[in-house]
Design a protein around this ligand. Structure first.
Ligand SMILES: [Zn+2]
Length: 209
């Protein structure tokens, strides 16, 4: 018999157990001092003295998802004979574009049709949180969340839509403030069935556009 993850959480350990010192803060501090010197600043200037340590702590926070397993949140489901759409809209997130190490931020909308395994609603937000706190591209983030839900819940269908503004597009390069990047991943019923896909998109955008 399969162990119940809620009753016996220790039977399903994370693939990589959390490292007590996962981020090398002094190494980041040295690197930040190097960058400051390289752009022509004086890292010893009073206003910059604490900056390397501050940036190191910030990166540890922004990349904390590298040392967490989103699956732990998906294993806390409950069994319920409900096979209609569950949708959580407007889950806000911040992530870091892996091409520029600049933030992108926005909202994720997640819908799924369960097949006996139903999640507590906060767990979807937890999954977004873990996956976004990594060097990311929006397309992969969207796909990762959808695949995790399909795999862990054996859902009949999963729909993930992510909308974000990328500061690498707004403050540098092409400089297009206000542009919104939208990505979606449709799995199972939502991929196979146009009316299911239309239904979830209408519910995500209903009354807003
Ligand atoms: Zn970028």
């Amino acid at each position: 018999m399969a162990p119940d993850p809620d009753l016996d959480p220790d039977t399903s350990p994370a693939p990589h157990a959390p490292d007590p010192h996962p981020v090398d803060l002094p190494r980041i501090e040295r690197a930040v001092r190097e960058i400051l010197a390289a752009v022509g600043e004086d890292p010893q200037r009073e206003g910059l003295l604490e900056t390397p340590a501050r940036v190191a702590r910030m990166y540890a926070e922004l990349f904390s998802g590298l040392h967490a397993d989103p699956r732990t949140h998906l294993r806390k489901f409950f069994r319920e004979q409900y096979d209609e759409l569950v949708l959580v809209r407007d889950i806000s997130f911040n992530s870091m574009c892996e091409h520029h190490l600049l933030p992108f931020m926005g909202t994720a909308h997640i819908g799924y049709i369960p097949d006996g395994k139903v999640l507590g609603l906060s767990k979807l937000a937890r999954v977004v949180e873990v996956v976004s706190k990594r060097p990311q591209v929006q397309e992969r983030m969207t796909e990762t969340i959808a695949n995790l839900l399909m795999e862990e819940l054996n859902a009949k269908g999963v729909a993930v839509v992510v909308e974000a503004t990328h500061s690498c597009m707004t403050i540098r390069g092409i400089r297009k403030p206000g542009s919104l990047c939208v990505t979606s991943a449709m799995k199972g019923l939502f991929r196979a069935n146009l009316s299911s896909r239309s239904e979830v998109m209408t519910l995500i955008y209903g009354g807003r556009r």
